[in-house]
Design a protein around this ligand. Structure first.
Ligand SMILES: [Zn+2]
Length: 119
């Protein structure tokens, strides 16, 4: 089910779709050109903003970010930091949950101290 369309770079439409099927540890996913969000998180604008950062990363790298994200922990960490910063700009109260995600959900191999310093 479509929640709506968001725009990145003012002219690229990104469909936001409600979808219950995704890895357990995530409430939303970016698939390059689209965002999937669990039904219970469909109104989480900060989370959707996080995923839209990943869509921007996709377009500005001509899709190569997906490969680099998969191959490189450091690239993945930088990509997630950028997305989490945007998420926390909208919802600062999500900080501790976001830190926990960075420590557990992306195989980043970073310490809590490093994450707290970098955010
Ligand atoms: Zn992310």
């Amino acid at each position: 089910m479509m929640v709506g369309v968001r725009w990145i770079y003012r002219f690229i439409p990104v469909p936001v779709l409600v979808c219950a099927v995704m890895p357990d540890r995530f409430d939303a996913l970016a698939l390059g050109v689209a965002v999937l969000v669990r039904p219970g998180s469909r109104d989480d604008e900060a989370l959707i903003a996080h995923e839209l950062v990943h869509c921007r990363q996709f377009y500005r790298s001509f899709g190569l970010n997906a490969l680099r994200y998969w191959l490189s922990r450091d690239f993945r960490y930088q990509a997630e930091l950028e997305a989490v910063r945007e998420q926390l700009r909208i919802n600062p109260a999500a900080r501790s949950a976001a830190i926990q995600m960075l420590l557990t959900a992306y195989d980043l191999g970073v310490s809590r101290r490093q994450v707290e310093n970098d955010l």
